[in-house]
Design a protein around this ligand. Structure first.
Ligand code: NAP
Ligand code: GDD
Length: 371
């Protein structure tokens, strides 16, 4: 009988870790994940798997650990002997990395080295390693669109830490013949996205605003452009990267770019709210131009819960608190290599992505109101 493959995921409690776990379990993998000890629950995104008695400690295992703890990593690798390791653990917030640059480097740069070293220490020569690299490596972009060949110019301590991780992957691949790959993933979002990343911050707040639970959202740079895709598709791409015949580096992206402003407008539009913008820079405001709840099916069936949304009310403000000391103005990726060699292509379009996220947040807020 064919043996089930064993995967180890760091960052299993994050957005991507949770989707990747579901994908690998469906492919009959045994999945092990590293979770951090925390003073409050941090397993919300994987509780549905944790609470499944057919999975827990049969096909799905969780271990306490941290990628700053070398001996813990060595012990876990020795015990689990994974066929594939997906290193998704990171201090993943770009603005926060300016406040905790040393810690960000410990986790995002040296964390990758620690796992690679643990692979060597434990003699797991056949283990394949996926590194969660990022479009933040391109930073002040040297070329549009960005490909695997575009030069890097990171613009934050996060980007710089991930640059180290990128190159240590390449180096271990070349020096020790380890199957190690970088997935250079452009922004990917979902209803499980962390609430302080801009897309989720907007969809969550817009749902609260339309239900009268919040007055406004305060945002930073509205003109930054991102290439936003749908997270589950990108996690499938991670798996494909490790099924390639050799370790290599791949861009995963949609090839389309949109501003934060467009994301905001579309979110409100899907709730039936047309916005207009007044003022400039920090004085800019997003104001309700019109509201028609009949535009949204969830609102149509929950009319009694709609808040007082009137023409002229201010729902968006701008604050420099959310500006970055150095910004990444424009990201747009070219994923032709992944399409050609892996058969991977982003499917979900921008409008659909916004729809998935606002719908999920609206339903969540309505459910919370009912409880
Ligand atoms: P996320 O939701 O922020 O999840 C990060 C995960 O890393 C969480 O499980 C977190 O655990 C864990 N973690 C943080 N520090 C750790 C440490 N010291 N030891 C062990 N685990 C630690 O991030 P994501 O959006 O899923 O992204 C996954 C990876 O892809 C990250 O490396 C990110 O930098 C990279 N990436 C993301 C995108 C994107 O658009 N989402 C694009 C390119 C690259 P807790 O739950 O305990 O905090
Ligand atoms: N977070 C946040 N909050 N960003 C804001 C806000 C706000 O209130 N207002 C405007 N922005 C702008 C940021 O300045 C940035 O230009 C853009 O929105 C996207 O910010 P985030 O959603 O925080 O994502 P990111 O692009 O900085 O980083 C994400 O994507 C990277 C891949 O390119 C993270 O997931 C990284 O871990 C990932 O590597």
């Amino acid at each position: 009988m064919k043996k089930n493959k064993i995967a180890l995921i760091t960052g299993i409690t994050g957005q991507d870790g949770s989707y990747l776990t579901e994908i690998l379990l469906k492919k009959n993998y045994i999945v092990h994940g590293i979770i951090r000890r925390s003073s409050s629950f941090n397993t919300g995104r994987i509780d549905h798997l944790y609470n499944d008695r057919n999975l827990l400690n049969k096909k799905f295992f969780l271990h306490y650990g941290d990628i700053v703890d070398t001996s813990n990593l060595n012990r876990l690798l020795e015990k689990i002997q994974p066929d594939e390791i997906y290193n998704l653990a990171a201090q993943s917030h770009v603005l926060v990395s300016f406040q905790i640059p040393d810690y960000t480097a410990q986790v995002d740069a040296l964390g990758t080295l620690r796992i690679l070293d643990a692979i060597r220490e434990t003699g797991l020569h056949k283990t394949k390693f996926y590194q969660a690299s990022t479009s933040e490596l391109y930073g002040k972009v040297q070329e549009v669109p960005q490909t695997e060949k575009t030069s890097f110019y990171p613009r934050s301590p996060y980007g710089v830490a991930k640059l180290y991780a990128y190159w240590i992957i390449v180096n271990f691949r070349e020096a020790y013949n380890i199957f190690a790959s970088n997935g250079i993933l452009f922004n990917h979002e979902s209803p499980r996205r962390g609430e302080t990343f801009v897309t989720r911050k907007i969809t969550r707040a817009a749902a609260q605003i339309v239900l009268g639970k919040q007055e406004k959202i305060i945002l930073g740079n509205l003109d930054a452009k991102r290439d936003w895709g749908y997270a589950p598709e990108y996690c499938e791409g991670m798996w494909r990267i490790l099924q390639h015949k050799q370790g290599d580096d791949f861009v995963l992206a949609t090839g389309k770019t949109h501003t934060v402003r467009e994301f905001t407008e579309l979110t409100f539009k899907q709730l039936g709210i047309e916005l207009e913008w007044k003022g400039k820079a920090e004085k800019e405001k997003g104001i309700v131009k019109s509201f028609n709840p009949e535009m949204n099916n969830v609102l149509i069936s929950n009319k009694n819960l709609i808040g007082k949304i009137k023409k002229g009310i201010r729902v968006i403000e701008v604050s420099p608190v959310y500006y970055r000391p150095t910004e990444v103005d424009l990201l747009v990726g070219d994923a032709s290599k992944a399409q050609k060699l892996l058969g991977w292509k982003a499917k979900t379009k921008f409008k659909e992505l916004v729809g998935i996220m606002i719908d999920a947040d609206l339903r969540k807020q309505i459910k919370n109101t009912d409880n």
